[in-house]
Design a protein around this ligand. Structure first.
Ligand code: UFG
Length: 330
């Protein structure tokens, strides 16, 4: 079974390709390498192409008989999306529209989409169920929310069967440490702390006056291989006639920034130079997933349930990863 994986040279995409390959699928990675890495494409064919280019897409669909599409390719920086919104609408919305047109034209109607907890904005309550109001606070989050609406419209009009997977905070790396998280520049908390542990340097805590027990933001960190497995299960859910829906992917519990720092210090054995700083605009105080829907309908349950175990895999990757960057962000 051939599966088109856009953005398969990126962090979550590469882990998903590995999981699919191990389960007998044939992933075909479609990626423009603007942020993905060629050396992450190890489990299936590589096609260099851009989702915004209908010709690239048509050529790829003509050469393969895809049973399904898993769509990761997107720009992912919340802050950048506020400064350059059209980049996000063009890439994340325009690219998805072109991809859906190419897929539906070829009769491919199973579609798994990388959505985000960013669709919720500031939660009214935590843990956040999928039925929570959708009120994204950034252009990035709005692109994800808009695409979910587009998928639902295509379901009604064209029989598209879709799953929108709303990731909370992806973290960790495959235990083999052959693929992992790396962005350029790095903005995410855990890789930043690991960089500081590896080479020194300062990490700023973005706000210590939140209404949480220790004053720092709480996030639900989910291991990237658990995300990968959810994509496989979502694919099988849709292929088996399961209902289209959005699914939260998280552990259902959260850790504060200070707890993450303490965990990284424990795993690495280093004392980190961290300083309290101002809040980062747009950060909700607490984001924790209600995970019942994915458990009940997909039969999914995260295996890595402790932050320490997740950080251990990220640290192994951090120590092994190539220093020189090949092909931009991860
Ligand atoms: N943080 C710091 N210092 C840093 C980096 C981050 O204190 O140097 C804090 C942030 O304020 C936040 C937490 O650590 O409270 C986690 O921050 P990340 O940047 O690692 O992740 P986010 O929660 O901001 O972002 C994630 C995904 C986004 C998604 C968002 C949903 O990476 O794609 O959740 O809100 F949009």
């Amino acid at each position: 079974m051939e599966v088109l994986v856009t953005g398969g040279a990126g962090y979550i995409g590469a882990h998903t390709c590995k999981r699919l390959f191990e389960r007998g699928y044939r992933p075909v990675v479609f990626d423009n390498l603007s942020t993905g890495r060629r050396d992450f494409v190890r489990w299936g064919e590589f096609v260099c192409g851009d989702t915004r280019n209908p010709e690239d897409l048509a050529a790829c669909f003509a050469r393969h008989r895809f049973a399904a599409v898993i769509h990761f390719a997107a720009a992912i920086e919340v802050g950048e999306s506020a400064a350059d919104p059209l980049k996000y609408y063009e890439n994340n919305v325009g690219g998805t529209v072109a991809l859906l047109q190419a897929a539906l034209r070829r009769g491919v109607n199973l579609f798994v989409f990388s959505s985000s907890a960013a669709v919720y904005g500031d939660p009214e309550r935590v843990p956040i169920p999928e039925g929570h109001p959708i009120r994204p606070k950034s252009p990035y989050g709005r692109t994800k929310a808009v695409v979910e609406e587009i998928l639902a419209d295509c379901g009604r009009a064209h029989g598209l069967r879709w799953a929108a997977l709303r990731y909370f905070n992806a973290a960790g790396a495959d235990p083999t440490a052959e693929i992992g998280e790396q962005h350029e520049p790095e903005s995410h908390l855990i890789p930043r702390l690991l960089e500081a542990a590896g080479g020194g340097g300062l990490v700023s805590i973005y706000g210590t006056d939140y209404p949480t027990a220790d004053g720092t933001c709480i996030r639900d960190y989910i291991h990237v291989n658990d995300l990968a497995e959810a994509h496989r299960l979502a694919l099988e859910h849709l292929a088996g006639g399961g209902e289209s829906a959005a699914f939260n992917l998280g552990l259902g519990r959260g850790w504060s920034v200070r707890e993450v720092i303490a965990t990284v210090e424990k795993v690495t054995g280093k004392t980190l130079d961290v300083r309290p700083g101002p809040r980062r605009p747009g950060d909700p105080a607490v984001l924790v997933a209600a995970t019942g829907r994915a458990e009940e309908r997909l039969g999914w349950r995260a295996e890595a349930r402790e932050l320490e175990a997740i950080v251990e895999t990220a640290w192994a990757w951090h120590q092994r990863r190539p220093r020189a960057f090949e092909g931009g962000e991860g």
